[in-house]
Design a protein around this ligand. Structure first.
Ligand code: DOR
Length: 313
């Protein structure tokens, strides 16, 4: 049986798969289902300082033809204390490491949340989300590279331990270079997660001539199969530019095939959003089996055998 295990930020995962933050992870019941699933890990919904209801519904829809999804959830979450309490009572002796996503609406909020987690001194890994496209009036920090640098200059020394950041997709080689230069400045910034949803798409129904989701005049983040190549490009661009760090791939994984491609592009772990939302946590066993079948057919014994080894012409 091919070995799907990996290490991220110094912790062992029995297999490379986990949920994309935001999908199946707002409440304890969902986190419990992830713990009981075939995933190798789990990450919580991005927390803000206060509880948030998020944007008005409909705010998530799968798109026709299985191409993917659009969402403008607007960071509905229970507030960071809920996830801090969850992290405090988490059983760290079981196999899956716990990742905690934080998405403060200001640097001051991120500082307060990070400080509370650091003071609790827990073996969970923090992932700071710099890329939510769906909070009206709040631009994505990942697109303001100087502001992201300033945030990291404050947060990285506070966190001290290895941590990660969730990045938006980039579409320009100059931006890959600039973001990588910033990320490389921070020693304990151990990994980047690429990509958040492709922000501010517009899905319109032909018959009713109406936007499919309600918030922001119908504008929302795109995910699922239609973002696969953008995700692979971002994974590979950062894999090439961050030699001492890791990349977690997310975007467009619906089967073992896309997971294989993410790892080939350089991913150390693979998160799944839209497909998890549509299929539920039983999906992890299917995708693991499909990835193992591909690896066995190609003669790869472990994910290390082909990680980052995409060939170019
Ligand atoms: O697509 C996204 N939706 N990305 C995020 O970071 C947050 C989420 C939401 O709650 O809107």
């Amino acid at each position: 049986m091919a070995d799907l295990s990996t290490t991220v930020a110094g912790v062992h995962l029995d297999n490379v798969f986990f949920n994309a933050s935001g999908v199946w992870c707002q409440h304890e019941e969902e986190l419990k289902a992830l713990l009981e699933s075939g995933s190798g890990s789990l990450i919580t919904k991005s927390a803000t300082f206060e509880h948030r209801e998020g944007n008005p519904s409909p705010r998530y829809l799968p798109l026709p033809g299985g191409v993917g999804s659009i969402n403008s959830m607007g960071l509905p979450n229970e507030g960071y204390e809920y996830y801090l309490n969850y992290a405090k009572q988490f059983d760290y002796t079981q196999a899956k490491p716990l990742f905690i996503s934080l998405s403060g609406l200001s640097l001051a909020d991120n500082v307060k949340m990070v400080t509370a987690f650091v003071e609790a001194d827990l073996p969970c890994i923090l992932e700071v989300n710099f890329s939510c496209p769906n909070v009206p009036g709040k631009p994505q920090l990942g697109y303001d590279i100087d502001a992201m640098d300033a945030a990291l200059a404050t947060l990285a020394p506070l966190i001290k331990k290895p941590f990660g950041i969730k990045l938006p997709p980039y579409f320009d080689i100059a931006h890959f270079d600039q973001v990588a230069a910033v990320v490389n400045k921070y020693d304990n910034l151990a990994y980047v997660t690429c990509i958040n949803s492709v922000g501010n798409g517009l899905a319109i129904d032909l018959d009713t001539e109406t936007a499919l989701i309600k918030p922001k005049d119908g504008f929302g983040g795109l995910g699922g199969l239609m973002v696969l190549q953008t995700a692979l490009a971002n994974v590979n661009a950062f894999y090439r530019r961050l030699p001492n760090k890791q990349v977690i791939g997310v975007g467009g994984v619906v089967s073992g095939k896309e997971a294989f491609l993410h790892i080939l592009a350089g991913a150390s772990a693979v998160q799944i959003g839209t497909q998890l939302k549509e299929e539920g946590p039983a999906m992890f066993d299917r995708i693991k089996k499909e990835l193992q079948e591909i690896m066995e057919k190609k003669g790869y014994k472990s994910v290390n055998d082909f990680r980052g080894k995409v060939k170019t012409l």
